[in-house]
Write a protein that binds this ligand. Structure first.
Ligand code: NI
Length: 262
């Protein structure tokens, strides 16, 4: 995966069995689709460790370590210490802390559990000087207050589904905003308004695979090669070329995650 500059999938769960079981084929198709780097995002302690192992094996893969708000209820006592050790011992692979955040829509973990886990991730990211990868659903105000209160100033609101006003607020707080296949869905007008509002230098793209396959692949298992449909839709919404969306989002991903373009 060396074609330069290439696209960057800023958020993908390659350790999920649906993708991990055919990793080489998935990565071959990503390369054919000009994907140059993929951020492999952990959602439990175990999957964070696997993300690091994948990033060790493949130059094109980066790792993000964290316990997702859905998984927070099952996180072992002291999980934040495990994440810290992983990040400190694998500086070449680990580019961010997450995914973390708050999901008050699904509430798979209780609110208080999500909040307490989120605070631990923020503190870890601030201590290590790493950006945060944030999942936020029906919890925008609480998310912003916690970020400000605990001194977080770098990261990304991933798979953004908020309003244009919220997107600009995230940007004001110093954060990037990443769009997934949802931006291609016919009923996602609000998400498209958000995608039109974000300035060039804060825009990222992602698949969030294996979930949320973009139209026309909607309903299928998602994978990094489908990122091209997200880029195409953003180009349409923003009145830009696909090449310029690819270029600015790759530059932004390299800047946020502290990686130089290869
Ligand atoms: Ni995710």
């Amino acid at each position: 995966m060396s074609r330069s500059p290439g696209l960057i999938d800023s958020h993908c769960h390659l350790t999920a069995p649906q993708l991990a079981n055919e990793l080489d084929a998935v990565l071959d198709r990503a390369q054919e689709a000009s994907i140059s780097s993929i951020n492999v995002v952990g959602y439990t302690v175990e999957h964070s460790q696997r993300a690091i192992e994948m990033a060790r094996r493949y130059d094109a893969l980066w790792a993000t370590v964290g316990v997702s708000p859905h998984d927070a209820k099952d996180a072992p006592e002291g999980f934040e210490h495990s994440l810290r050790t992983m990040a400190v011992e694998n500086r070449d692979e680990v580019v961010a802390v997450g995914e973390t955040g708050l999901d008050f829509f699904r509430l798979i973990s209780p609110r208080e559990t999500q909040i307490s886990a989120f605070i631990k991730h923020i503190e870890l990211a601030v201590q290590l000087g790493l950006p945060l990868v944030i999942h936020c659903r029906d919890a925008f105000e609480t998310t912003c207050s916690l970020l400000a209160e605990h001194g977080a100033s770098a990261g990304v609101f991933h798979c953004f589904t908020g309003s244009a006003r919220e997107a600009l607020r995230a940007v004001e707080l110093g954060f990037y905003v990443s769009f997934s296949g949802i931006v291609t869905f016919s009923n996602a007008q609000q998400v498209r308004a958000g995608a039109a509002a974000v300035p060039d230098n804060r825009l990222l793209v992602e698949t969030d695979a294996p979930f949320l396959a973009p139209s026309p692949m909607r309903g299928k298992r998602n994978e990094p090669s489908f990122l091209v449909y997200v880029v195409e839709q953003l180009a349409k919404i923003r009145g830009a070329s696909r090449e310029s969306i690819a270029r600015v989002t790759a530059e932004n991903a390299h800047r946020l995650f502290g990686r130089t373009a290869r």
